[in-house]
Design a protein around this ligand. Structure first.
Ligand code: FPP
Length: 255
């Protein structure tokens, strides 16, 4: 990836949107359907969202497909979720490749079925040269595990004489599976739940959080339009102060 320019001004739209695609099960239950149907509709929503994102100036989309905690779901559901990767890549890789989308899968490969690892490696290799849009799918991913892995990589590099201590934020960031992607501007969670659930913990430091009441299978262009609108109305300070606050309340600002 090319070097990243500084963060966008507050009035700009987000360049990197990360999404916790929640509510597939509830969508299915509300229709008396098996959960697998909710996940299958979730894949359609993902395709709609990826296609709509560039229209809003978004350059990178990161989605939570399977967490390290999702292994605790019943085996049939875990198997359904693995099957989604097979069908998504089989049905969409050629189009993603053609449309300039680079696919990257975040998370641990260990523990995944061998054919899934091969599919992921193939999708990454086939699209590695694309630079119009970056689609990152977090799969067998946990934010804490990703930070531990980055720290472990550094320890190993120090022990092998390839790096020196002490560990700093920049070095740790380069060891994360998101290294090289633009800073996360906004994290969206659908279905009305309001928590991060171990998603992008490091990257969330200064991200805006947007919670939407829509269930993921119903998601698409309208949902993204609402995210962009909310984002543009946020005042991103990154720990600093902004001119309007000082102008509106000089006495407080001076204090
Ligand atoms: C949360 O809904 C969603 C998931 C655990 C899986 C998300 C996966 C997709 C949307 C499919 C696309 C993914 C890939 C990798 C192609 P939930 O089951 O927790 O819903 P609930 O909270 O309503 O029960």
């Amino acid at each position: 990836m090319p070097a990243e320019p500084p963060h966008s001004a507050p009035t700009d739209g987000p360049r990197h949107v990360a999404v916790i695609m929640d509510g597939n099960g509830r969508w299915a239950a509300a229709r008396g359907l098996p959960r697998a149907m909710g996940h299958r509709e979730g894949v359609k929503a993902l395709k709609r969202t990826v296609q709509a994102a560039p229209r809003f100036g978004i350059r990178c989309l990161t989605v939570f497909g399977f967490s390290t905690e999702n292994w605790s779901r019943p085996p049939e559901e875990v198997s359904d979720l693995m099957g989604l990767v097979r069908s998504y890549v089989a049905s969409d890789l050629r189009r993603l490749e053609r449309e300039g989308v680079r696919v990257r899968v975040l998370g641990r490969r260990t523990g995944l079925p061998a054919d899934i690892v091969a599919i992921i490696d193939h999708a990454e290799a086939t699209t590695a040269h694309n630079d119009k849009f970056l689609l990152q799918v977090a799969f067998n991913y946990g934010g804490r595990a990703d930070i531990v892995d980055a720290a472990q990589r550094h320890i190993e590099a120090v022990l092998a004489g390839r790096a020196t201590g002490p560990l700093d934020e920049e070095t740790l960031g380069l060891g994360l599976s998101t290294a090289g992607s633009p800073p996360v501007d906004v994290i969206v969670r659908t279905s009305g739940e309001q928590r991060l659930s171990n998603f992008l913990l490091w990257e969330a430091a200064y991200a805006e959080l947007v919670y939407q009441n829509v269930l993921w299978p119903d998601y698409g262009e309208d949902g993204l339009a609402d995210v962009v609108e909310q984002y543009r109305n946020r005042d991103r300070r990154f720990g600093g102060r902004t001119a309007p606050v000082e102008a509106a309340a000089p006495a407080l600002a001076a204090g």
